[in-house]
Design a binder for this molecule. Structure first.
Ligand code: GLU
Length: 466
C-alpha cells in the first residue's frame, strides 16, 4: 500500500475559521489512521498583498490549540517560487501553455460575449497561441495553460462522486502573471506533487479548481492525487457560516472559554456519524472509526446549541477544573480573581458548571461573588412574610460554627421546620440578598462560596420596605 500523504494548505489572508479547521481536522485524522502516513501544513502566501504573518500565526496557534499536529517543518509556498516558475517554463516548452498579451479591454469584451452566449467555449484568448511573434516574446506577457476545447474531463471525488465537465467550460487560466509571479492554480499543484500528496481533502469551494488543476498533472505526467471535496459549513439559516451567526474564528472560541474537545466533537459530526455509538466522541475514537468515504455530500449546519451542549459536557468531566484554571490564567479578569482567592473561584466553577455553556460566562458570575461593595437591588420587594423571620434567620445561621454545606443545609432545614414555612419563602429572598438574583444555585452553595462573614454582611443590608 502506498503511504498516505495529506496536507492542509491555508492562505494566510484571515484568521483560522472553523470551516478551515474542519478541513485541517479531517486531513489530520486520516493521516493518523495509518502508521507511515504524513500530514503537511503548507502556508499558501503567494498573494503578498492579502497575506499577513499575523494570520499565519493565528492559523498555527489555532491548529496547535486544537491538537492538530503536522509533520516536518511548516511549508512556506512563497519560498518555492523559483520551482513554480521552472514548471511554468516546462509547460511552455512542452506546448501545454502559451504566452498571451491580450489587453484587459479585449478580455473584458470577450467575457461579455461568453456571458451572453451560454453555449460558447470559455476560452477567452484564442489568438495568441497561434501567433509566433507573441510566442517569441521575452517580456510583457502572461502565461496561460492550453486546455483542449473538445471532449470532457472526469474528476473522481471520494465525497462528490464522479463529476464530468466539458472542456469548453474551462478557461485557459493564467499560471504566470505578467510580473512573472506564479498563480495559486499552478503553485498548489507543484507543491502538492513535490510533497507527494496523494489525497487532497479540502472545501468544495475548490471543486471548480480541481478540473483545471487535473490538467497540470496530466500535462506533466505526474501522479494524480485522490480528491475529497468537503461540503462547506452553513449557519442555521442555510447561508455560509459567518460572523453573523456567532464566533467563527477558532481562537475566539478559545477566548470565549470553549474546550477543544467540544469544538472537535461538534465538527466531526457534521456530515458523519459514528453509527450507533454515543454522540460524545473524542479524538482517539474518532481516529478509530472515522471514514472519509462516509462523509455526506450535502452541506451541514453548524449548530451553536450543539456546541454548547458538548462544551457543557466537557467542562463537567474530570479535566474541567484544570481546564478552567488554565483558562483563568489567560482571562484578564478571572486571573485577578484567581490571584485574590483561587479556592473561592473554583467553588464558583464547581457550583455553576452544570448550567454553563462556556468559561467566559463565569466572569459576570464571579464578579458578583467577589464584589466587595456588593449592594442588593433595593427596588425589589422581598415578600411580606420574609421580614417576620429575617432576624431569626440571620441569628440562626450566625450560630453555625462549622461553615460547611452540610451544616448550613441542616440549619436551614431546621429553621424552616420550626417556622413552618415553605422553602421558597425563605430561599428566594435570601438568594436575592446574596447575589441579586431570585434564581441560581442552592443558597447553601452560595453561602459556602461567600463564606460566613460576607454572607452575613450581605444579608444584613436588608431593609424592610413595608
Ligand atoms: N490556499 C487555498 C485556500 O486557502 C487552499 C488550497 C487547496 O486546499 O488546494 O483556500
Amino acid at each position: 500500500m502506498t503511504k498516505l500523504i495529506t496536507r492542509f494548505a491555508p492562505s494566510p489572508t484571515g484568521n483560522l475559521h472553523v470551516g478551515s479547521a474542519r478541513t485541517a481536522l479531517l486531513n489530520f485524522i486520516i493521516s493518523q489512521q495509518s502508521n507511515d502516513s504524513k500530514f503537511f501544513l503548507r502556508i499558501e502566501d503567494t498573494d503578498q498583498q492579502r497575506s499577513s504573518s499575523k494570520f499565519t500565526e493565528n492559523i498555527v496557534n489555532g491548529l496547535k490549540w486544537l491538537g492538530i499536529e503536522w509533520d516536518d517543518d511548516i511549508q512556506i509556498q512563497s519560498k518555492r517560487i523559483k520551482r513554480h516558475k521552472e514548471i511554468a517554463n516546462k509547460l511552455l516548452e512542452n506546448n501545454s501553455a502559451y504566452k498571451c498579451i491580450c489587453s484587459e479591454e479585449k478580455l473584458f469584451k470577450k467575457r461579455e460575449i461568453i456571458k451572453k452566449n451560454k453555449q460558447s467555449s470559455k476560452k477567452i484568448c484564442t489568438d495568441c497561441k497561434n501567433n509566433i511573434e507573441v510566442q517569441n516574446l521575452s517580456e510583457g506577457f502572461v502565461v496561460r495553460i492550453k486546455l483542449p476545447n473538445d471532449g470532457e474531463i472526469t474528476l473522481k471525488d471520494k465525497i462528490q462522486g464522479n463529476i464530468v465537465v466539458n472542456n469548453k467550460e474551462l478557461d485557459d487560466f493564467i499560471i504566470l502573471r505578467e510580473d512573472k509571479t506564479p498563480t495559486y492554480m499552478l503553485s498548489v499543484v507543484v507543491d502538492d506533487n513535490d510533497l507527494g500528496v496523494n489525497l487532497i481533502i479540502r472545501g468544495d469551494d475548490h471543486l471548480n479548481n480541481a478540473f483545471r488543476q487535473l490538467y497540470i498533472y496530466k500535462f506533466l505526467n505526474w501522479n494524480i492525487p485522490e480528491y475529497a471535496h468537503v461540503p462547506l459549513i452553513h449557519g442555521d439559516d442555510g447561508s455560509k457560516l459567518s460572523k453573523r451567526h456567532g464566533a467563527v474564528d477558532i481562537l475566539d472560541f478559545k477566548s470565549d472559554g470553549y474546550l477543544k474537545e467540544a469544538i472537535i466533537n461538534n465538527l466531526i459530526l457534521l456530515g458523519w456519524s459514528p453509527g450507533n455509538k454515543n454522540e460524545i466522541i473524542q479524538m482517539e475514537e474518532i481516529i478509530k472509526f472515522f471514514n472519509i468515504d462516509k462523509l455526506s455530500k450535502s452541506s451541514s449546519i453548524f449548530s451553536y446549541k450543539k456546541l454548547n451542549f458538548f462544551n457543557n459536557h466537557y467542562m463537567r468531566i474530570e479535566n474541567g477544573l484544570l481546564e478552567f484554571n488554565q483558562y483563568c490564567e489567560k482571562n484578564k479578569i478571572l486571573k485577578i480573581l484567581m490571584e485574590e482567592d483561587k479556592d473561592k473561584l473554583n467553588k464558583i466553577f464547581q457550583v455553576y458548571k452544570k448550567d454553563l455553556v462556556n468559561f467566559a460566562e463565569l466572569v459576570k458570575i464571579a464578579n458578583v461573588y467577589f464584589d466587595k461593595s456588593f449592594k442588593y437591588n433595593q427596588n425589589e420587594k422581598l415578600g411580606a412574610e420574609f421580614k417576620d423571620f429575617f432576624n431569626d434567620f440571620v441569628n440562626n445561621i450566625s450560630n453555625i460554627e462549622n461553615w460547611t454545606r452540610d451544616e448550613i443545609q441542616k440549619s436551614i432545614e431546621n429553621f424552616i421546620g420550626i417556622k413552618n414555612i415553605k422553602f421558597p419563602i425563605l430561599g428566594k429572598p435570601v438568594r436575592y440578598l446574596l447575589i441579586n438574583s431570585f434564581n441560581g444555585p442552592s443558597i447553601s452553595d452560595i453561602f459556602v462560596i461567600l463564606g460566613k462573614k460576607d454572607s452575613i454582611d450581605r444579608l444584613n443590608q436588608y431593609i424592610d420596605q413595608s
